[in-house]
Design a protein around this ligand. Structure first.
Ligand SMILES: Cc1cc2nc3c(=O)[nH]c(=O)nc-3n(C[C@H](O)[C@H](O)[C@H](O)COP(=O)(O)O)c2cc1C
Length: 432
């Protein structure tokens, strides 16, 4: 039997049926009231039947004022989410559809922080007023007051309670990729002088307090995961030594599965991309040569972590996935982009019918390469990355709408569709 097919028991007592996970992908499929929709159900039913032991939802927001993108599901205010409330019943339907095959479905709970574009946030909220400088898309954030931080901790917990009640089988707290909790961890974006800034133990306080509140809300037997950066890959930012220290603190926080990723919007290493070279802290050489972006970091994390480790980022060959499990460095393989075009890939990897995952991101170039020379500037790279994201979003939407996939779709067409959808959905949200 392949290692990929081995079940995994989590510290809380739950059991994952196998070692493949669909990592979080923001869906953009909510209705204008920010409720989950029938499109979520159709999409997640396919992913459930696709064979992964664990599905993690895309960002579900705790604050509808500061979203990651238009079309996010937001549970705000969570206190309104009771049986009979429409948003609550929609979550129930989503959870049911996403677990039809007996797999787990965990809700990723998130606040976008400073990475909330102008068309979904009048004013982003962040640890400090450090603006994200990406093509003028992000306003200057306001620094959160302590009262707001305490309120947000309770919001994460309240949303986790709703997740459990509506049938999600676990939750993941998003503390990676530069969103709110992740931005508190970084000295570049967290310049606070109070108990929530300064030394790492202060910068990590928001995350640790959130995990305690969430655990209290969901009880001891419910899977609780954290997604964390190995490194922000940004000069002066959260770095690997911080990560190793934080993981040791997480050992005593009843975390069931630690997902290790890396990078932020400024250094989008999570997708294998580089940001501005002048700000970048280079990745380890051996990691760059490997198929999985963060594997080398996992080996060192394994030495200090007591909880199981999930790793997404670049896995495309069954042999590499098996070798990573075999090494003992990680326990679960995360797959994201390949499941946009092959939702049943996990089943085929498990049976051996597929040995390879699709890797369209390696060849997708905006305008057939016209806009993406290999020596491309940061802006050119960024536009190409957005084009690729648009391409994957378009496939998520096709799956959600039950349409046949169009693998011939060009990146430029996908990019334009992405822009139209993004602004159109934001406009509909504002009107409703
Ligand atoms: C379309 C898309 C949406 C994503 N949305 C999220 C998200 O909501 N939350 C998150 O933690 N990561 C998100 N990610 C990152 C993935 O979870 C994953 O870490 C990354 O894609 C690397 O895995 P892969 O190489 O298998 O695609 C997203 C990635 C893609 C491609």
């Amino acid at each position: 039997m392949t290692r990929l097919a081995q079940p995994l028991s989590l510290p809380c007592g739950a059991r994952l049926p196998n070692r493949l996970c669909k990592s979080a992908m923001t869906e953009g499929l909510s209705d204008p009231r920010l409720y989950a929709s029938e499109r979520h159900n159709r999409l997640y039913r396919q992913w459930s039947e696709g064979g992964a032991g664990l599905l993690i939802s895309g960002n579900v927001m705790i604050d509808k004022r500061v979203m990651e993108r238009p079309g996010n599901v937001a549970i705000d205010p969570a206190s309104a989410y009771r049986p009979g409330h429409e948003g609550y019943e929609r979550l129930r339907a989503w959870a049911q559809a996403g677990t039809v095959a007996g797999n787990h479905l965990w809700m990723q709970i998130s606040h976008a922080g400073r990475q909330s574009p102008w068309y979904v946030a009048k004013q982003p909220l962040a640890p400090s007023e450090v603006q994200l400088d990406l093509m003028g898309n992000y306003r200057r954030p306001r620094a959160l007051s302590e009262a707001e931080i305490l309120d947000f901790i309770q919001r994460y917990a309240a949303v986790a309670r709703v997740a459990r009640e509506t049938g999600f089988t676990g939750v993941q707290i998003h503390s990676a990729h530069g969103y709110l909790l992740s931005s508190f961890l970084s000295p570049v974006t967290n310049q606070r002088q109070d108990a929530w800034g300064g030394p790492l133990e202060n910068r990590a306080r928001f995350l640790l307090e959130t995990l305690r509140a969430v655990r209290k809300a969901v009880g001891p037997d419910f899977p609780l995961s954290v997604k964390l950066n190995s490194d922000d890959f940004r000069k002066g930012g959260f770095e690997f030594s911080d990560c190793l220290q934080l993981v040791q603190w997480l050992n005593t926080e009843s975390v069931d599965l630690l997902e290790v990723s890396g990078g932020t919007y400024e250094q989008p290493k999570l997708l294998g991309y580089e940001g501005r070279t002048e700000d970048a802290r280079p990745a380890r050489q051996s990691t760059q040569q490997r198929e999985a972006y963060f594997l080398e970091y996992a080996a060192a994390i394994r030495k200090v972590a007591t909880m199981p480790i999930l790793m997404p980022g670049g896995f495309r060959h069954r042999a590499a996935m098996e070798a990573a499990l075999e090494s003992g460095d990680i326990d679960v393989i995360g797959l994201a982009r390949p499941l946009c075009t092959e939702p049943d890939l996990p089943k085929r990897l498990l049976s051996g019918a597929s040995l390879e995952a699709p890797a369209f991101e390696k060849s997708l170039k905006l305008g057939g390469g016209m806009f993406a020379p290999s020596s491309g500037s940061f802006v050119v790279k960024l536009i190409n990355l957005l084009g690729q994201m648009g391409w994957y979003y378009a496939h998520i939407e096709d799956l959600a709408d039950g349409k046949p996939l169009n693998l011939q779709r060009g990146v430029l067409a996908a990019f334009l569709r992405y822009l139209k959808n993004e602004y159109g959905t934001a406009w509909r949200m504002r009107r409703s």
